[in-house]
Ligand binder design. Structure first.
Ligand SMILES: NC(=O)c1ccc[n+]([C@@H]2O[C@H](COP(=O)([O-])OP(=O)(O)OC[C@H]3O[C@@H](n4cnc5c(N)ncnc54)[C@H](O)[C@@H]3O)[C@@H](O)[C@H]2O)c1
Length: 292
C-alpha cells in the first residue's frame, strides 16, 4: 500500500487463528457490526464457537448485552478451515495464530500473495518485531502490529506497532478499525520486541513466577499484593493463567534472548508447568488448580 492509496472500508474481517485471542477479537468486531470470518483447524473452530457462545451468554446474564444483540453478533461470525479462500474477499486480516515466527511468516507470505495490495494485514503477536513477520511480504507497507489484550471483550486499549515500512495509510486503516470497535489505541513507534505492554508486563509476570519458584509466597499471596497494594485488577499469576502459560513462556524466552540479562528470563516453574500440560485456564490448571 502506498501513502496515497485508496482507503478500503472494513466490512469483511478475516481473523486467522481461533484461539483465545482470535475468538475474542471476533466477538468485539461482530458486536461492532463487522462480518467476521474466523479460520483455524477443525477442532479449534468448534472450541472457538463454544467460547464465543459462553462469553456472549455471560454478557447477556450480566445485562451488558441484549439477547437480540447477541443473536445479531453471533450471526456475523462465520468459521472455515479455508484461510486462503477466505483471504480473497477480506478487507482487513488480523492474524492471531500461535506465537511462532516461522508459522507467522509463512502465513503472511500466503496472505501477501492472495490479498489485494490495499488490504491491511495486522498481527496480534505478543512480541515479535513486525518487520520480521512481514519479511516475506512484497507489500510490507501494509503490515502492522495490532496487539489486543486478553480478554478483548473487556479490555479497552489496543497497542498498534509500526514497522520501519508500515505506511501512514496502513496506520490510518488500523486506527479507524479500532475506533469503530469502540476501543482506544496507543502507537508504539519503534519496532522493538515486546513493544510497550509486554516489556512492562513480562518483568512483573516473571518476577511473580520467580517468587513462587523460590517458595517465598503462594500465587494467591503474590496476586493479593498486586491487587491490594498496587491497585491492579488482576495479579501476575492469575493473569499468566488467563493468558496461557505456554504463550507466556514462549514470549518471555524470546524477549530474554533478544534483550539479554535476567529481567525477562522465565524461572523453571513456568517450563515445568507447561511440560506437565498445566497451561492455565485453557487446560483447567496452571498456577491455580481450579479455573478462577
Ligand atoms: N493469550 C494472550 O493473553 C495474548 C494476548 C495478546 C496477544 N497474544 C498473541 O495472540 C496470538 C494468539 O494467541 P492465543 O492466546 O489466542 O493462542 P491460542 O493457542 O489460544 O490460539 C492459537 C490458535 O492458532 C491456531 N493456528 C496455529 N497455526 C495456524 C495456522 N497456520 N492457520 C490457522 N490457525 C492456526 C491454533 O490451532 C490455535 O487455535 C499469539 O501470537 C499470542 O502471542 C496472546
Amino acid at each position: 500500500m502506498t501513502e496515497d492509496a485508496r482507503m478500503r472500508p472494513v466490512e469483511r474481517l478475516l481473523i486467522v487463528g481461533a484461539g483465545l485471542m482470535g475468538s475474542g477479537i471476533a466477538q468485539v468486531a461482530a458486536l461492532a457490526g463487522k462480518a467476521v470470518i474466523l479460520t483455524d483447524f477443525d477442532p479449534a473452530l468448534g472450541a472457538a464457537q463454544e467460547r464465543i457462545a459462553t462469553s456472549f451468554g455471560r454478557l447477556v446474564r450480566r445485562g451488558t448485552l441484549t439477547s437480540e444483540q447477541r443473536e445479531a453478533a453471533s450471526a456475523r461470525v462465520e468459521t472455515t478451515t479455508d484461510t486462503e479462500g477466505a483471504a480473497c474477499d477480506a478487507d482487513l486480516v488480523i492474524e492471531a495464530i500461535i506465537e511462532n515466527l516461522q508459522a507467522k511468516q509463512s502465513l503472511f507470505a500466503m496472505l501477501d500473495k492472495v490479498c489485494a495490495p490495499d488490504v491491511v494485514l495486522a498481527t496480534n503477536t505478543s512480541q515479535f518485531q513486525i518487520g520480521r513477520i512481514a519479511q516475506p511480504c512484497v507489500h510490507g507497507a501494509r503490515v502492522i502490529g495490532m496487539h489486543w489484550s486478553n480478554p478483548p471483550i473487556l479490555m479497552r486499549l489496543v497497542e498498534v506497532i509500526l514497522s520501519a515500512d508500515t505506511s501512514p495509510a496502513t496506520l490510518e486503516v488500523a486506527e479507524d478499525f479500532i475506533r469503530s470497535c469502540d476501543r482506544e489505541f496507543v502507537v508504539c513507534r519503534k519496532d522493538v520486541p515486546g513493544f510497550i505492554s509486554n516489556r512492562l508486563s513480562t518483568v512483573l509476570f516473571m518476577e511473580g513466577a520467580r517468587l513462587v519458584d523460590e517458595e517465598i509466597a503462594t500465587p494467591a499471596e503474590i496476586d493479593s499484593v498486586a491487587r491490594l497494594m498496587f491497585g491492579h485488577r488482576m495479579g501476575p499469576l492469575e493473569t499468566l493463567d488467563l493468558a496461557g502459560l505456554d504463550t507466556a513462556l514462549a514470549a518471555s524466552r524470546a524477549l530474554a534472548a533478544h534483550y539479554g540479562g535476567d529481567r525477562f528470563t522465565p524461572p523453571p516453574v513456568l517450563s515445568r508447568l507447561v511440560d506437565e500440560g498445566r497451561l492455565g485456564r485453557k487446560s483447567g490448571s496452571g498456577f491455580y488448580t481450579e479455573s478462577k
